[in-house]
Design a protein around this ligand. Structure first.
Ligand SMILES: [Zn+2]
Length: 104
């Protein structure tokens, strides 16, 4: 009963923005990788590993065969805080939704 290994490469690059006070903010996708749920702080887990941020969707994680985890490469400075926004990930999410729709 082992989960399938993660793909070799990340889904994309982690986006950042800097606010008017100079604070670096990591922008995480607000939609789960499956494209079906919202990423909810405190429910979905965001884990920063060495050069990558992973965001789990607990609903997809409980669904057999669903790809539940965003993997975003983070090469920038470690952010002071994080926020959720789909906009910088529009293409990525659209592609995911299409992929999901195309396999069913
Ligand atoms: Zn999900």
């Amino acid at each position: 009963m082992s989960s399938s290994p993660p793909p070799a490469s990340p889904d994309g690059a982690l986006r950042y923005r800097v606010d008017h006070t100079g604070t670096t903010i990591a922008v995480l996708p607000a939609t789960c990788k499956g494209g079906r749920h919202l990423v909810i702080p405190g429910v979905s887990r965001a884990i920063a590993v060495e050069d990558e941020v992973r965001i789990d969707c607990p609903v997809c994680a409980a669904t057999p065969g669903a790809d539940a985890t965003w993997r975003l490469s983070s090469s920038g400075p470690s952010p002071d805080r994080a926020e959720l926004d789909d906009e910088p990930y529009g293409d990525l999410i659209l592609r995911r939704v299409r992929t999901v729709a195309g396999t069913r």
